[in-house]
Design a protein around this ligand. Sequence first.
Ligand code: PAF
Length: 315
Amino acid sequence: MTGTAVDTATPRLVRTAAELRATADVPRQRATVMTMGALHAGHAALISAARERLGPRGQVVVTVFVNPLQFGPSEDLDRYPRTLDADLLVAREAGADVVFAPSVDEVYPGGEPQVRVAAGPMGERFEGAYRPGHFDGVLTVVAKLLHLTAPDLACFGQKDAQQLALIRRMVRDLNFPVEIAGVPTVREPDGLALSSRNRFLSPADRESALALSRGLFAAQGAVADGADAALAAADDVLAAATRLDPPLIVDYLALVDPADFTELTGSAGSAGSAGSAGSAVSPGPIEAVLAVAARVGGTRLIDNLPLHLPSGAPR
Ligand code: PAF
């Protein structure tokens, strides 16, 4: 914790599982919002959504925990921003009752967990292919935080669409007694999706990074003409950004089934690399997510947009 002292009366800051249990003193509905801290307006939207769903009598718990298990060896765990004082203010403004900010030892009392949740094939696609083991680490900590906070409802951002899909699947496959709610992505006025990583973007990086959201919205504008037209529209925007300074380096652009992240049609890394997949014809309208990941400067960004593919679209 750094900086000036904060009135932590509301939300109440608790550090241990025992303290957390003591906050469940009266029976009432509980919602959990899991975060790694560095709270921004996107997190505030999750907390507000939880508060709105539960009403004033429910209890909203925000967890702040930078989970070492979901960082790869080349990903800088130490670089992750830790801003608990500011986080408490955001949590308070958004309507949280409790902030649970445990230590690593509190969450992993036996050291590195020997038993973990395996995300399976769905966790190996797209983000999982670029970040091996990441989703096993995410699901393991989400499972633990669900056990520790025991909520009726847990809210997660649609910004991390593959994570959301995997959490929904884990809850279904492993019978967690909780409802999972997805909350729409919050964007800057120019379209950039809010992310804790945006703080690492220089003004020039940020200009290149805008291609992600611009590409997604270009696809949305073209989707009435079908999946391929949508993908081509996004691809054009991304390809142009690969020629900027600094260049956008696209990891993938893909149209996926939001339930399992299998590819509907698309081209991994198509802005300057691999080719296109699938061509079977769908019988009816398809709910899809257009997902993109790219690097600019030293920062890796993801974004996505739900799209409704017209009936009979190629898939
Ligand atoms: O989305 C995040 O911030 C994290 O992956 C989560 C869900 C809090 C688990 O550490």
